[in-house]
Design a protein around this ligand. Structure first.
Ligand SMILES: Nc1nc2c(c(=O)[nH]1)N[C@H]1C(S)=C(S)[C@@H](COP(=O)(O)O)O[C@H]1N2
Ligand SMILES: [Mo]
Length: 299
């Protein structure tokens, strides 16, 4: 059995509300949630494809398409596809999983068999697998063709041409501040030197590990380094998130609201953008702007 630590979740929806949103989106405002890292157990998809006689050099095979057992109200099954090179890459770690955290998959997570595509938007990790097809074309499903794509901020529902943009596969670098809860009140108790411990996660797609998380209390003018809790992952195969924490120094004498921002950088030097304006898209997907935490500092 092959095991892989991988993020699955709605990372694709860490949405524009992380920053002042320039325009409404039609999407779910998950913010930093609906995401987790698990240890998945299963069989390498590559091994199954090779055993089935699939030739990775066949020019007619460009995509591996998956279909689930679940149907929407129109009777269409859930489907998605990944490029052949990812499916066949021995370092790509795509698995057909039947275990999660050492136990049989639960029904919610795809029992009896689901795909896990590490480093890639979770919408491609099809659950309740019914059919696997090697094809010249991407999955015809709605979710591959007409959702989970990014566009220029100029494109909106009245002028979108879904076929003009590729389906999202690898996800961009992102992070979230998860602790303490937003709006928490922190008391100085007369102490001039105040530090507040904040915690969060950082993650990047494509197997890119996190090399740094920076924290700022002055909107990005100066930064402090967070401490990364690294799990052992091979270079280029960092599929799990990296948890981090930081004892943030609050400026002397400051009372009232304070905004703390974070910014993660991955091993390909990708880093998070400050503002959403430049990456806004109608579905709010792949938004990876700096996460913000507002705290109240009391005397
Ligand atoms: N068959 C099937 N697979 C699916 C989906 C679905 O609706 N049907 N949703 C996808 C999406 S969008 C996500 S975010 C993940 C969620 O996986 P989880 O429930 O294990 O967190 O499953 C993916 N696989
Ligand atoms: Mo999702």
């Amino acid at each position: 059995m092959n095991t892989v630590f991988s993020v699955v979740g709605d990372e694709s929806y860490v949405c524009v509300c992380a920053a002042p949103s320039p325009k409404e989106i039609k999407g779910l405002k998950w913010q930093g949630s609906a995401i987790g890292t698990a240890e998945w157990g299963g069989v390498l998809l590559r091994d199954v494809l090779v055993a089935a006689g699939i030739d990775e050099n066949d020019p007619d095979i460009q995509h591996i398409c998956f279909e689930g057992y679940d149907e929407d109200i129109s009777g269409s099954t859930y489907g998605a596809s990944i490029p052949m090179y990812k499916a066949m890459d021995p370092r790509g770690d795509v698995i057909l999983a039947y275990e999660m955290n050492g136990k049989e998959l639960t029904r919610d997570h795809g029992y009896p068999l689901r795909v896990i595509v590490p480093g890639v938007a979770a919408c491609r990790s099809v659950k309740w697998v019914k059919k696997i097809e090697a094809s010249r074309h991407e999955s015809e499903s709605f979710w591959q063709q007409s959702d989970y794509k990014t566009f220029s901020p100029n494109v909106d529902w009245d002028n979108v041409d879904w076929s003009s943009s590729p389906a999202i596969q690898n996800m961009p670098v992102t992070s979230a501040i998860t602790d303490p809860p937003p709006g928490s009140v922190i008391s100085r108790d007369g102490d001039d030197d105040l530090t507040v411990k904040i915690k969060g996660y950082a993650w990047s797609g494509g197997g890119n590990g996190i090399v740094r998380v920076d924290i700022s209390v002055d909107n990005g003018h100066t930064w402090q380094d967070a401490t990364l809790k690294k799990v052992n992952q091979q270079p280029g195969r960092s599929w799990a998130w990296t948890l981090w924490e930081c004892d943030v120094e609050i400026p002397k004498g400051h009372t009232g609201p304070i905004e703390i921002v974070a910014k993660a950088t991955d091993e390909s030097c990708n880093t998070q953008p400050e503002r959403a304006e430049g990456i806004w898209n109608l579905r709010g997907v792949a938004c990876n702007t700096w996460p913000k935490l507002r705290l109240i500092i009391k005397e």
